[in-house]
Structure formats: structure tokens, C-alpha cells
Design a protein around this ligand. Structure first.
Ligand SMILES: CSC[C@@H](O)[C@@H](O)C(=O)COP(=O)(O)O
Length: 366
């Protein structure tokens, strides 16, 4: 019997109310469910990318606060929760969902008079974050579907060719995903499509996660090396680029996995639309200039110097791919300026990547 919930999702509470996540470090070689029992385990899971992707990071951190509330001393619970908030907030810097979800949890516990009440309020809030993400991603799918349908109508029965980078699918969210929701909904409607999956060095979210996810859902796809996109675009083999974002500015700049910017440049040069599918939870309304204001994570250089995978004998191994003492740098994200983005697909619809576009869909943020 599968330990995974049906329909598939990335995070859930089991019958004992334990926090369960799919371990994204060991995919696709092993499907392993982990229990996260403490705030420290939640921090570790986010920091080391056992869970990753902006919405999933935020939701996991929210349950981290619930776990902190359950473990807090009766006489000092508010202080414990403030410490847990600051601790989890430092786990990763780029995805804004981490801090917005944590701030939402803080608002929930600050309104409480007792620890028991705070435990309940935190649980309610974390559950709400998860429920909202599922609904939001579904809606993104409905709006993104229209774009895929328009392209399909021009293709005379040929598959719509989509290129994606990193994993902004279900594995970065709870269910559906942002880029994968339109894809799943298009497939369900019988639209022919095919996805070019960038492997996404150095953590290989494309080859390890997107390829696995698409296999689970029967999405026709081909894995390509990160540098192949430009060539495919020059040969009319890409109809649209569709990626996610970790933080979007009020002006429509987007920070996404390192290498996204180069795809946007190649798309511009080849007149190919470049779309970003995002839940509004990844918009940071407090900033305007992505290049200046979005903190870019720099991770351990060992992630660049080593690759891991299965040998021909099926053994898991990690091998060095450069001389022993080669120094490396590992920038996790880059910023694609709004001028290179054809449009943003949100849960409220499609808009231009601009202040006017975003404020038109979210007038309450003006
Ligand atoms: C819907 S997930 C959107 C982004 O978070 C995703 O594209 C991404 O860049 C994730 O980076 P990661 O370093 O794997 O957390």
C-alpha cells in the first residue's frame, strides 16, 4: 500500500496528526515520506531542501510554528514562538512566502491569551495556508489553460511546446503546482502538449523532481541540459516558456531559480512568450526593484562541485566533477526584469508584468 496520500500532495498530517512531507532530496530514486516532529527538523528540512519551492517552504514553516507552540513552556510560550519565528525565517532568504507565512502565524498567536489557544490558532492558520495554496494553484491552472488553448488553436493538432526551468510544479507547492496546474488542466481537456524540462543545475530540480512529477501525471516531456533552450527556441521548437517565481516585485520583476534570466533573454531574442505562473503569495508588495532588493541565496559550493545519482548497478553515489581544489560559487536564483516577462498568470487572472498590471488584479494593494 502506498504511504502517499491520494490525490498526491507534498505535505499532510497523518492520522496521528504528525507532519508528513515527501523527501525531495532522495527523489526520484526513492519515494520516502518523512515525519517532521520539531521546529528544528522543519528548519533543517527547509534549509537542506528536503522541502523546497516557495509555497511549500512557507506552508512547512507555518507547521513549524504550530510544532513550536505545542513544545513551548506554559509560562513563556509567546517568547518561544517569537524565537521560533526568527529562527525559521533564516532558513532560506529568497522565497518571500517564508516570511509572509511566518508573519501570518505570528498574527494568529499574538491574538491568543493562552498556550492552548495559540496551539489551536496556529493549527488553524497553517491548515488555512495549505487549503488556500491548493485553491490558488487550481485557479492559476484555469487562467493558464486559456493561454495554452490559444496556442493550441494555432498549432493544427501539433503539440504545444512548453519549456520550463526548475520545479514550479506540485513539488514546490501542496498540489497542482503553479506551472503544472495549467499543464494538467490542458491535458485533462485533451490538448496535445510536450514539455522541455531543463535539468536545472546544480540541484537538478528539473531532472529529479519535474521529470518525476510529470511521469506520475503522464505529461509528455523530454529532459534537456540547461543550455539547450536557446537552440530549441532558434529552431521553433518552443511555443512558450513557463516558469515559477520565489519573489515578485510590485513592478513585476521575478526572482526564480538561477538560469531563468538566460531563458528569458533567449525567449525575447526569438520572439517567444515568457510567462510566469505565480500565486499572489509570492508577491512582495514592499519592493519595486528586483535586482537591487531581492536577496539572492548563495548556497554551499559543494553542490556545484559534486553531483549525485544512481550508478549502473543501482547504487546511490556522489561524485566530484572538478579538480579537488577548484573553488566554486553557487548562486541559487537570478532576477528576470519585468521587461522580459510577457505576462504573469495569477489566481485572479493574467496581467502584464508591471505595477499597473498587478495593481489591476489586486486593487486592495494599491
Ligand atoms: C511554485 S515553486 C516556484 C519557485 O519556488 C521555483 O521555481 C524555484 O525556483 C524553487 O527553487 P528551490 O531552490 O528549489 O526552492
Amino acid at each position: 500500500m502506498s504511504v502517499l496520500p491520494q490525490p498526491l500532495r507534498t505535505l499532510w498530517l497523518n492520522a496521528q496528526e504528525e507532519l508528513q512531507v515527501i523527501n525531495q532530496i532522495v527523489l526520484p530514486h526513492k519515494v520516502q515520506v518523512e515525519t517532521l516532529s520539531t521546529t528544528q527538523e522543519v528548519y533543517w528540512a527547509i534549509r537542506n531542501m528536503l522541502v523546497r519551492g516557495a509555497p511549500l517552504i512557507g506552508a512547512t514553516a507555518a507547521y513549524g510554528i504550530w510544532l513550536a507552540a505545542k513544545a513551548a513552556p506554559e509560562n513563556d510560550w509567546k517568547n518561544s514562538l517569537a524565537l521560533a519565528h526568527a529562527y525559521l525565517r533564516d532558513a532560506r532568504p529568497t522565497a518571500v512566502n517564508l516570511s509572509t507565512c511566518l508573519d501570518r502565524m505570528r498574527a494568529a498567536w499574538q491574538a491568543c491569551y493562552s498556550r492552548a489557544e495559540a496551539i489551536q490558532a496556529c493549527r488553524y492558520q497553517a491548515d488555512a495556508i495549505v487549503k488556500e495554496d491548493i485553491e490558488i494553484c487550481f485557479q492559476i491552472g484555469q487562467h493558464g489553460l486559456k493561454i495554452i488553448e490559444e496556442i493550441a488553436a494555432r498549432k493544427n493538432g501539433q503539440p504545444v511546446q512548453i519549456l520550463t526551468h526548475c520545479n514550479a510544479g506540485m513539488m514546490g507547492c501542496i498540489r497542482w503546482g503553479t506551472i503544472s496546474s495549467p499543464i494538467y488542466q490542458a491535458l485533462a481537456k485533451g490538448i496535445k502538449l510536450h514539455v522541455w524540462v531543463d535539468e536545472t543545475r546544480p540541484r537538478n530540480q528539473g531532472s529529479k523532481l519535474t521529470a518525476w512529477e510529470f511521469e506520475q501525471h503522464g505529461v509528455p516531456h523530454s529532459l534537456i541540459v540547461d543550455n539547450a533552450g536557446g537552440h530549441l527556441m532558434q529552431h521553433q521548437l518552443v511555443d512558450m516558456v513557463l516558469v515559477g517565481t520565489d519573489r515578485t516585485t510590485r513592478e513585476g520583476d521575478v526572482a526564480n531559480k538561477i538560469g531563468t534570466y538566460l531563458k528569458a533573454l533567449a525567449a525575447k531574442d526569438n520572439n517567444i512568450p515568457f510567462y510566469v505562473a505565480l500565486p499572489s503569495t509570492t508577491i512582495d508588495w514592499s519592493i519595486n526593484d528586483g535586482l537591487k532588493e531581492i536577496p539572492i541565496e548563495e548556497r554551499d559550493s559543494e553542490e556545484v562541485r559534486f553531483v549525485d545519482g544512481l550508478t549502473e548497478n543501482g547504487q546511490y553515489e556522489k561524485v566530484r566533477i572538478c579538480p579537488e581544489n577548484t573553488p566554486a560559487r553557487n548562486y541559487g536564483f537570478d532576477v528576470t526584469p519585468a521587461r522580459l516577462v510577457t505576462g504573469l498568470i495569477t489566481e485572479r487572472g493574467f496581467c502584464a508584468a508591471s505595477r499597473e498590471g498587478l495593481e489591476g488584479l489586486f486593487p486592495e494593494k494599491k
